[in-house]
Each structure stands twice: as C-alpha cells, then as structure tokens.
Design a binder for this molecule. Sequence first.
Ligand code: MTE
Length: 300
Amino acid sequence: MAHRWTNKLTHNDVTPRTAFLNRRQVMAGLAGVGLAGIVKPADAKEGLGPNTWEEITSYNNYYEFGTRKDDPAKYAHTLVTEPWSVKIDGLVDRPGEYDFKDILSEMTIEERIYRFRCVEAWSMVIPWNGFELADLLNMAGVQDGAKFVAFETAYRPDEMPGLQYPVLEWPYREGLRLDEAMHPLTLIATGIYGKTIPNQNGAPLRLVVPWKYGFKSIKSIVRITLTDTQPPTSWNMAGPREYGFYSNVNPNVDHPRWSQASERPIGGGLFAKREPTLMLNGYEEEVASLYEGMDLAANY
Ligand code: MTE
C-alpha cells in the first residue's frame, strides 16, 4: 500500500475528558462492560464520541434475521460462525476456500473509529477492529483484468429466519469498484471495542466502507469474487431508483422519499438534535479523488 490511513478519531480526541478510558483498557477487552456505562454519546459540539456497546449491538439492520431494529440482537445468535470459510474466486491468482482462522493469522488487526451513516438517515460512531480489505485481496492476488469486487452473505435458511421473506433477493449481495475496495479506509471488521464482533453486527467478518451508506457494509461474508463487470447488488435490485451502486454519503443528493441533508445520531437521547450530514460522511479528503470528474447525482 502506498500509504496507510491514520486514525484521527481516537478515543483521546472524541470522548468527553471525564469519560476517557485508555486504549490499553479497551484492547484488554474491559470495554464491553466498562464503556457501555462510561462513554457518553457525543455532545453536539464534539460530535464524534463513539456510541456505546449497547447501542451498536442492539440497534441493527440485518434482514436475514428480521426487519425490526431489535430482531438481529434477538435472533442472530442462531448463526453458526465457527468454523467459517470465505471463498475467494474470479480474477485472482490464488482462488480457493479460505478458512477464516487462516485469514486472521495473516492479518494485522487495527482499531478504526469510523462514522457510520445509514441510508435511513441515522448515524453512529463505531470503534471497529479489523484489517484492510486490500490486505486480504492481495493475499489472493488480484489479476490485471479485475475491475470490481462482489461480496455475498451466508445463505442459511435454517439459521436465518428472515430468509423466508422475500424482502430482498437472497443471498445479500454487495459490490465495490476495485479502487474503492483497495482504498486504505476500506475495512473488514472482526471486532468492536476490542471484542469479537457479535453476530448481529455481521460475525465473523463484515465489510465497512465508512464513506458509503451502511447497506454497502455487507455482513457475514462467505464469498468474494473479483470480476471485470459491475456486479448486481441486493438493494439496487430491490429499488434501483432509490439505491444506486455507488451509494456514497452525499447531503446534496436526496433519497426519493427523504432528505439526506441531515441525520439522527443514535444515542443522543431526549434532546438529540439532527446533525448536518457531511459530504462522503466526513471522508472527503481521503476519497474524493476516487470520483473526480464523475456526476455524483447521476452515479448515486
Ligand atoms: N448485510 C446483510 N447481510 N444483511 C443486511 O440486512 N444491512 C445493511 C448492512 N449490511 C444488512 C447488511 C444495512 S442497511 C446497514 S445500515 C448495516 O449493515 C447495519 O450495520 P450494523 O447493524 O452493524 O449497524
């Protein structure tokens, strides 16, 4: 990688001083209990305090387990995440079924505190643990002709009660352009607050693309395919006018049914104010060059 991204939203910067908990404690895993009680949602000025463990793991979208926000936390425990393997195929030098444990042994796990903006206009700040997708793709060896990366979630009707409803075309599918996939901000998350990622958040591995609407961040990945054509994606197939392939966070391009100019921070409590949505979710400096010369209203 030419450069590695450095984390600007550290706990030190974003947590109210009185609530500061040092990184070693977080990494030691005390966080699950500790932070839930200690870290306060951001006040309007600071704007960037991480959400609590409780908020991040109880307010979810994972339609394979139901469409209500509390369904995934209730039902996703039925998903068997061990053993787990990921098929990497298409235009790669070393295609195959990769065991998740073998993948992990090759990767460096980092903490990345990212803004997370759902297309439904709510947002959180989440301290992920994970590795760069680029490192995984390089492990498989991307071939010259590859231009896109396609992802698939597990399809297990016995373990995923939501699959009986035709809300989307299953399995859940997503995709990125290759340069988006190789960008150092693009993460495969395996943990939150230094703990193993819970099933409702996409265990054992899920994508996180912080400048795109949350639905691009596909959960519980079982297949990654390098291709030369833009892959079909579940939300785009369900509503092509409402959900584009790019789905970059953009306050100037409204969803046909609601404004994207502002967002509701989760955990703000009774006095929560909507906050202005930032261009590319605040990552303009890092990723705007990927879209130079593109009409972002046409390529929504
Ligand atoms: N991945 C799968 N397989 N199924 C889903 O329903 N929902 C998406 C995305 N990934 C979804 C998914 C949407 S709409 C959002 S906003 C995020 O996951 C939510 O992630 P979170 O529950 O960890 O906040």
